[in-house]
Design a protein. Sequence first.
Length: 299
Amino acid sequence: MMKTVDKPVMFAVGAVLLSFVGLTIAQLSPHVVGQELNSNFATSLVGAFAGAIGGAYAAQKLADKSKIREWLTSEIRITNAAIMVAFDTCNTLLIVKAQHVVPIKENWERQRAEFDESLKRVGGVLQRAQYYVHMDLKALHPPSTEVGVLRTMAFEKLSLPGRPVVIVATLVRCIQSLNHALAAYNAAIDEFRNSGPHPEEERCRFYFGLRSDQGVMDERYRSSVEGISIYIDYGIWYSQRLCKELTEYGDLQAEEWVKKVGGFRPHIKRISFDGARQDGLIPDDKDYEPWLKAFEANI
């Protein structure tokens, strides 16, 4: 089937061929049509030829502009939607970190410092430490995010450069790793809670990941808390960075709109995480400098 943008070109070609044939007939048959008629006919054909070319060119320009408008409209619309999905992902992770991860990690670090001091006072003998562990054995549910939708937008709907595409792929893996760490955490506390009650020595060994008299070390609780803290920070940093990358990409498309379509500049959404940064919930960019330098050539 002929594309819409090809029709003006085909019409122009047809008009040119028709004009050429008519002009040839007129020039070769002066006795049949008469000299004056021949001249008028030739002039008309030349005018028709010029009009066909001009009309085809104008139609082609309109068709190209319409196609550019359609592509930019889709690109800007989906980019704005992707910015909001990335924001929702980051905001969800920030809430989980502030309400659950930070209290659990800070409580563990505080009690570990207190326990170490208590252990020093009794010569490092755990049985004499007499330290009571305040354990929070509440399960943590995986955060509900739309990273699958974000992946589809980035990989299938948009024409993004390299860096934001890699960010999306990395973010998806971060969320998967976070969910695995949460599953390990829930499994560890569920098993410990259901196998109790436990003497205080066993509680300390489980909570702090200490070696038993038999040489066995159960580090599931400690390592899962560390993993949750690491992966949620990864998810927060990459999702907030993705908002910035998508906004920059949207700005480029908005500039293209002004140049090639004209009119008002389309609105590109902008997200601010200043409050979360002030609260210390977003990791510092300097911790990700090697990653950023690897993509300095991209947008």
